[in-house]
Design a protein around this ligand. Structure first.
Ligand code: F6R
Length: 369
């Protein structure tokens, strides 16, 4: 059932173009509107939303962190993202005009279930994104959008993560449509870009040999730092989580702008720093700021591995290695930039002779709080 692959994780990484394509299939109505799978509330309920919370754990939480950028941009609703295990213990401000989006691959994560129940007790509306039809979380929610990643066997989440990102984008666009779209042209363009994504993910996957080689040459070196800005920041967190859980190495993700506020002191001669470089076409000069960050870590001896957009030559003089990914709108870039980090972690763990599909101390579904 591993279909010729040595590990499920490798198979599931390779299945990502298909998983993304499946998650997009048939999601639009004849009039171009995005439809959820199950809806037990009215469009008016969604229209009345004045605040969004996203609640999840682990990798699903990282998908939520990416979603915040898209949802706030497209809907102009304030959106907060919180770890499920923290959410209900701090008395969050919730009422019937709050939309709580819970993200859970398994649909059975106890921390997330308890957060969902707390939100419902406070009369908030709950929308679930899950990969498991009929599991507890979608059953207890007011609306559901299923990811269609198929069964994910490896404990470390890969294809589920990419499909969660897709589902988050769809929910963001759905909310924008329901609320009256301010960015109508942008929504149509984003849908086209999403449709083109499976092929672009395939392009990334086809170019992973240098990443594997790099991973083998760095296997065991720690710490490994991951830095990014904007949507690249959650990708950095996810890259670090993958390396921690699979290779048992100290890995940390940081917002690149925070480096100088502390973490830069970790850098020694040869410390690997993986940098998610924003598109040079993006707003706010973030690209140039990240190139400066690269120079700062480089000057302190870091070995810089940049994940950058095709054609971005500005990083070349400063980075030790550059992994290029196809050009896409900034908000969608995590669907591509996360992939080399998954491959990197998987390959490091393999080089260290570790059990890739079943890392120590971890379970696929965490059904205790
Ligand atoms: C990491 C990983 C975990 C899960 C987390 C939430 O690779 O798999 O961090 O993402 O336990 O699980 P779900 O999404 O099932 O609620």
């Amino acid at each position: 059932e591993k279909g010729g692959y040595e590990h499920f994780m490798l198979k599931e990484i390779e299945e990502q173009p298909t998983a993304v394509r499946d998650t997009l299939r048939g999601r639009f109505t004849a009039t171009g509107e995005i439809a959820l799978d199950e809806v037990r509330l009215s469009d008016q309920d969604l229209r009345d939303t004045d605040k969004v919370f996203i609640v999840a754990c682990g990798t699903s939480y990282h998908a939520g962190l990416v979603a915040k950028y898209a949802i706030e941009h497209w809907t102009r609703l304030p959106c907060e993202v919180e770890l499920a295990s923290e959410f209900r213990y701090r008395d969050p401000v919730l009422d019937r005009s709050t939309l709580v989006i819970v993200i859970s691959q398994s649909g059975e994560t106890m921390d997330t279930i308890m957060a969902l129940r707390h939100a419902k007790e406070q009369k908030a509306r709950v929308l679930a994104i899950s990969n498991t039809v009929g599991s507890t979380i979608p059953r207890e929610s007011d609306a559901v959008l299923y990811t269609r990643a198929g069964l994910e066997v490896a404990v470390a989440s890969t294809k589920a993560f990419l499909t969660q990102l897709v589902a988050c984008y769809l929910v963001g666009l759905h909310l924008a449509q329901i609320r009256g779209v301010k960015y109508a042209d942008e929504v149509a363009a984003i849908l086209d870009e999403l449709a083109a994504m499976p092929e672009k993910i395939q392009t990334v996957l086809a170019a992973m040999d240098p990443v594997r080689e790099l991973a083998r040459s760095l296997a065991g070196v720690q710490p490994v730092l991951f830095i990014g800005r904007h949507v690249g920041y959650p990708v950095a967190l996810e890259g670090a989580l993958k390396l921690k859980e699979l290779a048992y190495l100290h890995a940390e993700g940081f917002a690149a702008g925070e480096l100088k506020h502390g973490p830069i002191s970790l850098i020694e001669d040869g410390t690997p720093v993986v940098v998610i470089v924003p598109s040079p076409r993006g707003r706010g000069l973030l690209h140039d700021k990240v190139v400066s960050n690269i120079q700062e870590v480089k000057a302190r001896g870091a070995k810089v591995i940049a994940v950058a957009e095709d054609g971005d030559t500005a990083v070349v003089p400063h980075a030790d290695e550059v992994v290029y990914v196809p050009v896409v709108p900034t908000l969608l870039a995590p669907l591509l930039t996360a992939v080399p980090l998954q491959v990197f972690a998987c390959e490091v763990a393999g080089a260290l002779g570790l059990e890739i599909d079943q890392p120590r101390n971890l379970a696929k579904s965490v059904t205790v709080e």
